[in-house]
Ligand binder design. Structure first.
Ligand SMILES: NC(=O)c1ccc[n+]([C@@H]2O[C@H](COP(=O)([O-])OP(=O)(O)OC[C@H]3O[C@@H](n4cnc5c(N)ncnc54)[C@H](O)[C@@H]3O)[C@@H](O)[C@H]2O)c1
Length: 256
């Protein structure tokens, strides 16, 4: 799919990996709808990149109505939707047996709700809009990129909820690709290693240092634009479909 003049909806587009994706797609000539809870940061992206190609919609990915409003805005404003990039997510680290008692069940539910159910909510609504569009010369109507994590495969102590949510994202990628293929819609998940974003900056220094020391090469955190570059490549290369791609400097996270 050609990025230029296609319309992408980016959840979590006000910060971190989503923000990097919005910048790259907009600079490549795409129309972008930023769907995020953070209105001030989302609006700042519109101011930075220009209101003709970028629009912000205050969105909670866990809400059916809120997600539908973001999809509707993309269709009304730009005449259709060709891309969805799911970057909205939360961490919610906790031990199963913590110092203050067992893992809070509400926290576990919340992480699944945002990272897994929120991602699925966006997929079902965006795919509905994509399926109504005109196919390109390859028969393609849309592309969906989800953000899993290397924690889907090697979650650390304290990541039961997060790993479960990202494992769910990884596992649903193939069945969705199989189903949506007949509509000309592809879906790929990216499993980032550790990237320099607000989410990682919020982690304790000992956790950050320990993770950085586990990256063979390049021995640094990933940059949001490196994630965005892969999103663009997935969009442009029609043969990417139904899989999870690690983007991680060869990190294999240890137990802690
Ligand atoms: N940073 C990393 O090292 C890393 C590694 C692996 C996976 N990831 C995943 O990448 C994605 C992006 O993470 P990031 O590091 O850019 O984090 P971030 O905290 O910088 O950005 C996340 C964005 O999601 C938004 N958001 C949170 N809940 C939302 C909701 N219910 N509805 C709409 N928006 C919501 C936040 O407002 C924020 O703007 C997440 O899914 C995260 O789990 C990040």
């Amino acid at each position: 799919m050609q990025v230029k003049n296609s319309t992408f909806l980016v959840t979590g587009g006000a910060s971190g990996l989503g923000q990097g994706t919005v910048r790259r797609l907009a600079r490549a000539g795409a129309n972008v709808v930023i769907a995020d809870l953070n209105t001030a940061a989302g609006q700042a992206m519109v101011d930075e990149l220009g209101a003709d190609k970028v629009v912000f919609q205050s969105t909670d990915v866990t809400s059916a109505e809120s997600a539908q409003a973001a999809v509707d805005l993309a269709v009304q404003r730009y005449g259709g939707l060709q891309g969805l990039v799911n970057c909205a997510g939360i961490l919610g680290a906790s031990r199963v047996l913590g110092k203050e008692g067992p893992h809070d069940l509400a926290l576990f539910r919340r992480v699944i709700e945002v990272n897994l159910i929120g991602t699925f909510n966006m997929i079902r609504l965006a795919a509905t809009a994509m399926a109504q569009g005109q196919p390109n010369e390859e028969g393609e109507r849309g592309v969906i990129v989800c953000t899993a994590s290397v924690a889907a495969e090697e979650g650390q102590i304290g990541q039961a909820a997060y790993s479960a949510s990202k494992g769910g994202v990884a596992s649903m990628t193939l069945p969705i690709a199989r189903e949506l293929g007949k509509h000309g819609i592809r879906i790929v998940s990216i499993a980032p290693g550790v990237f320099e974003t607000a989410m990682m900056q919020a982690a304790p220094t000992n956790v950050r240092d320990s993770l950085a020391a586990q990256i063979p090469f390049p021995s640094r955190y990933g940059r949001p634009d490196e994630f965005a570059q892969l999103v663009q490549q997935i969009a442009e290369n029609t043969y990417f479909n139904g899989t999870m791609i690690r983007l991680d400097g060869a990190i294999r996270m240890g137990a802690k």
